[in-house]
Design a protein around this ligand. Structure first.
Ligand code: GDP
Length: 477
């Protein structure tokens, strides 16, 4: 039984073994002081080197963050000088994170941008629109990560900003004497050449000179950072266990605001806390027009019962009544559709289980469809990501960053439901994943010498594998 009794938790848990700096105000962000009471303590300890890098990052952020002298000075200079020159060197450097896609996508790309910021001595500032307001607490002590409203290269001003792809082209043709002081970098599925040579030293040597990088990505591009030769040593020291990148950085960066944490902990206390075991089912259906809910429900039952994550149903009127078993299993269903929670609840109420276990099935919301630009919708999504992360075991849906975030925050290697084609459920409907890390869906296809990268990525990069839910993707193990 996972105890949420504060007396069994120690100080180390509270600050995540030194990952979280002390000195934050409690009232403005309760989750920072309470989440550890609800989480199992992580078997993965952050390395002392990672902790020291985070403390140095916080110092840099305090020095260069919004409203500091250094920030103002840099922006004045950059507005004046469109390209890099002597006066801009030595200033603070920034990564501006901008949004693309849903919340899970945003969280994986924020973590990637943050790691990139740490590696390149940049300060991470996030440009949140109204729909992202009041989701996350400020992560860095005595400073803010919110991009000031008067940032000179704002959203409606971006058409003139050079792109990384352009710079790279010019560099090839040797026109790169003048690098601009601001560039946009897109790592998106819609961009064919999305990140050509981003994983290569020569690109990084170019980028390092540019004071402001505006990132537009919905991807977990951390694995591509592990491919950059000049980053590998540093990364190995920070993460001796490569599987824990999102686990640590996500737990460091994201704390839900009181608005989100309140409903999360009350839901947990009301429906999950007392259970002997908590199972999270994340059911993301990407093409509800082609695959019926009944088919997906069959897949979920098939997978969970086959692997004994959920008990099977007892045969009706069977002579041998199941052994008396008072165990209570709580099942948390996260889905846009009400059918899953409702049907599972009804089934487990109407039929006894072979093990005699009692199941409570709970689904916090059913939003119907993904809503863009909706703050309340995002708050519900974040609540569910955190609830899933507090479960003991997870079944997630292939290709979903929503599930990736929950699994890495929770430190759980999930079982993944394969993406279905039409209404056929394959004989093996799900697979045990190889690590808790998110999958990077758009890895480079070529190495720095333009040679195609092997399908068996592990031969080139021993701590990487092709993803089981998406064979073109790669992930850290
Ligand atoms: P992905 O598309 O599965 O990779 O995940 P994203 O989080 O990037 O985008 C999906 C968005 O749809 C989420 O951010 C939510 O806004 C919404 N959504 C999808 N599944 C759920 C769910 O189970 N619960 C809630 N509340 N929202 C969901």
């Amino acid at each position: 039984k996972n105890s949420s009794n504060p007396s069994t938790k120690n100080h180390g848990d509270k600050f995540l073994d030194g990952l979280i700096p002390s000195g934050f105000d409690k009232k403005s962000c309760l989750s920072r002081f309470e989440l550890y009471l609800y989480r199992k303590s992580s078997p993965h300890k952050p390395s002392p080197y990672l902790i020291s890098k985070l403390r140095s990052y916080e110092d840099l952020h305090r020095k260069c963050g919004p409203h500091t002298k250094a920030y103002k000075r840099t922006m004045v200079k950059l507005k004046k000088f469109k390209s890099i020159n002597v006066t801009t060197s030595g200033s603070c450097k920034y990564i501006i994170w901008t949004h693309a896609d849903g919340l899970g996508n945003r969280m994986v790309s924020m973590v990637s941008s943050f790691l990139y910021a740490i590696l390149t001595d940049r300060v991470l500032l996030v440009e949140f629109q109204d729909d992202m307001v009041d989701l996350f607490c400020e992560p860095f002590p005595n400073s803010s990560w919110l991009l000031p409203k008067d940032f000179p290269f704002s959203n409606n001003n971006r058409n003139h900003i050079e792109t990384y792809q352009n710079i790279l082209e010019k560099d090839r043709e040797n026109h790169s004497k003048e690098l601009p002081s601001v560039i946009q970098l897109k790592i998106l599925p819609t961009n064919n050449n999305h990140e050509r040579f981003f994983s290569c030293d020569h690109s990084q040597h170019l980028l390092i000179k540019v004071p402001i990088l505006i990132f537009l990505s919905d991807q977990y591009f951390v694995p591509s950072l592990f491919m950059v030769p000049s980053f590998t040593q540093e990364l190995s020291k920070m993460f001796p266990n490569k599987e824990t990148v999102f686990h640590h950085l996500g737990r460091y960066l994201f704390f839900p605001t009181n608005d989100v944490w309140g409903p999360t902990k009350r839901f947990y206390q009301a429906y999950l806390a007392k259970a002997d075991e908590k199972i999270g089912l994340q059911i993301r259906v990407f093409n509800p027009d082609l695959t019926s809910h009944q088919t997906v429900l069959n897949q979920v039952l098939n997978c969970t019962q086959k692997h004994k994550i959920l008990p099977g149903f007892a045969v009706e009127n069977s002579e041998d009544s199941p052994e008396k078993n008072e165990r209570l299993k709580s099942v948390l269903v996260a889905s846009l559709y009400p059918e899953y929670g409702e049907n599972l609840r009804t089934m487990y109420l109407n039929k006894a289980t072979v093990t005699g276990e009692i199941l409570g099935v709970y689904q916090p919301s059913h939003e119907g469809h993904q809503k863009f630009g909706d703050n309340l919708h995002n708050k519900k999504a974040l609540t569910e990501i955190y609830l899933l992360s507090l479960c003991d075991d997870l079944v997630t849906s292939a290709l979903s960053t929503f599930g990736y975030v929950a699994q890495s925050l929770g430190g759980i290697t999930p079982r993944i439901l394969y993406k279905l084609q039409g209404n056929n459920v394959p004989d093996s409907p799900c697979v045990q994943d190889v690590s808790m890390e998110p999958c990077f869906h758009l890895p480079p296809k070529h190495d720095c010498m333009e040679k195609p990268i092997d399908d068996d990525i592990g031969t080139t990069f021993p701590y990487m594998r092709r993803c089981l839910d998406y064979k073109w993707g790669i992930k850290l193990v």
